[in-house]
Design a protein around this ligand. Structure first.
Ligand code: NCD
Length: 358
C-alpha cells in the first residue's frame, strides 16, 4: 500500500482522479461522506435525479466481471443527468487485440469527462490516468484498491454508529487477494477505527507491518468484542495455489454461522462487499439477520458514487481546484430534474435544493 494508514493524512495526493483511498485526505473523506448524505436524500425523491452533470459523459470500462459496481456507477451517473457509455470488453475490439492504450485513445476521441475502470491487473487505472485528460475512477484493480467500495463501507458504518472513532472492526477472510480489504483498512483507520484482520496465515499478505492493524487467526476470540464484522469473499479466481486445505475446513474455522453470529452483540453490523459465497464465508441465515446491512451497502454505493462523480466533475470539484464546496449546502445549489424546465440552459454543474422536497 502506497500510503501507510498510520501516516498523517491531510492533503490529497491526486486531485483529478480517484485511484486509491490515499488520493483523499481525511478531511476529503469526511466531506465526501457528508455529501453522500445529500445524495441519499436525492435517492429518496419521487424522481431521484438532479441536473448536476448534464452535458458530461461518463464511460464505464470494465475489463473484469462486475454486476453491482458497474450498475452502481451507471445509475449514479444517470441520476446526475450525465450521459453514460458502457464498454463491454467481451464485444469490443479488445478481443481483436487492441491495447488498453488504443482503446482509451479511441474512447477519448469521442469526448468524455470521466472513465470508470475495472481491471484484473493492479495499476491499470494509474496507467490510464497518464493517457487521458478525463478523470479516472478506479472501480477495482487486481488486489490493489477499490476506493469507492471503501467509501460506501465507511458511509454505511457511519450511518449506523454515528462515527468510526474508537469502533472495533474485524475484517475476516481472504485479505491477501482483496482490494476491498486494502482500501477498507486505510479508510477505517483514517477515520479512527481499530481494525483487526482475522484470517489463516495463508490468506494474509506476506507482511502487514505497514498497516495499523492487529492480526489474529482465531475468529471466535474476537466476536464478542466487535462493532462490525466485515466478511470478505473467498477469491477463488485469484488463487493459483491451494491456500486452504478445503472450503469445508475454511468454513469451519472462518465462516460466520448462526452459532458464531450468536456470540456477537446483537447490534454488531454484519457486512460483505458482495458477491457472497453463501455457505462458505457466510451462512445464508446470517446474511438475512436484522443487523446484516449488505443490501444497504449496495444502496449506499449509488449515493457515494454520485458524490465522487460530483466532486470530480461538478461544481463541487474542490478536489481539483478549490471551487465551491457543496457539502456546505449553499441555498441555490439544489434542484431536481423534474422541476428543471429550462431545457438545459442552466449551468448543468449544480445541485439545487429548491423544490427538492416532495
Ligand atoms: C468486490 C470486488 O470486485 O472487488 N466486489 C464488489 O466490488 N462489490 C469484492 C469481491 O469481488 O470479492
Amino acid at each position: 500500500m502506497s500510503n501507510s494508514s498510520s501516516t498523517k493524512r491531510t492533503t490529497a495526493r491526486n486531485p483529478h482522479h480517484l485511484l486509491a483511498v490515499s488520493d483523499l485526505s481525511t478531511d476529503e473523506i469526511v466531506e465526501l461522506l457528508d455529501l453522500t448524505d445529500t445524495f441519499v436524500e436525492v435517492g429518496k425523491r419521487q424522481i431521484p435525479k438532479v441536473p448536476a452533470l448534464r452535458g458530461r459523459t461518463v464511460v464505464s470500462l470494465f475489463f473484469e466481471d462486475s454486476t453491482r459496481t458497474r450498475l452502481s456507477f451507471e445509475t449514479a451517473a444517470k441520476r446526475l443527468s450525465a450521459d453514460t457509455m458502457s464498454f463491454a470488453v467481451s464485444s469490443s475490439s479488445v478481443n481483436k487485440g487492441e491495447s488498453v492504450r488504443d482503446t482509451i485513445e479511441t474512447i477519448e476521441a469521442m469526448g468524455i469527462d470521466a472513465v470508470v475502470v475495472r481491471h484484473r491487473s493492479s495499476g491499470v487505472p494509474v496507467q490510464i490516468s497518464r493517457w487521458t485528460d478525463a478523470a479516472v475512477i478506479n472501480a477495482g484493480d487486481g488486489w490493489h484498491q477499490h476506493p469507492t467500495q471503501a467509501l460506501l463501507d465507511a458511509y454505511t458504518v457511519r450511518s449506523h454508529l454515528g462515527s468510526l472513532e474508537g469502533r472495533h472492526i474485524a475484517i475476516i477472510g481472504d485479505v491477501r487477494h482483496s482490494r476491498v480489504a486494502r482500501s477498507d483498512i486505510e479508510i477505517f483507520t483514517a477515520l479512527g477505527a481499530k481494525v483487526t484482520l482475522v484470517a489463516p496465515p495463508t490468506l494474509l499478505p506476506f507482511t502487514t507491518e505497514s498497516w495499523d492493524v492487529e492480526v489474529t487467526h482465531d475468529l471466535d476470540s474476537v466476536l464478542g468484542d466487535i462493532d462490525v464484522c466485515y466478511l470478505l469473499r473467498m477469491q477463488r479466481e485469484r488463487m493459483d495455489e491451494a491456500l486452504v486445505p478445503s472450503m469445508r475446513e475454511y468454513s469451519a474455522d472462518y465462516g460466520v454461522t448462526m452459532r458464531r453470529a450468536a456470540k456477537m452483540r446483537p447490534e454488531t453490523l454484519i457486512m460483505h462487499p458482495g458477491p457472497m459465497n453463501r455457505g462458505i464465508e457466510i451462512a445464508s441465515e446470517v446474511a438475512e439477520l436484522p443487523n446484516a446491512v449488505i443490501t444497504e451497502q449496495v444502496a449506499n454505493g449509488v449515493a457515494v458514487r454520485m458524490a465522487v462523480l460530483f466532486m470530480l466533475l461538478g461544481s463541487g470539484r474542490h478536489l481539483s481546484n478549490g471551487q465551491p464546496d457543496v457539502a456546505q449546502g449553499t441555498d441555490d445549489m439544489l434542484d431536481d430534474e423534474a422541476s428543471d424546465s429550462d431545457g438545459g440552459s442552466q449551468a448543468g454543474n449544480e445541485l439545487d435544493t429548491k423544490g427538492g422536497q416532495r
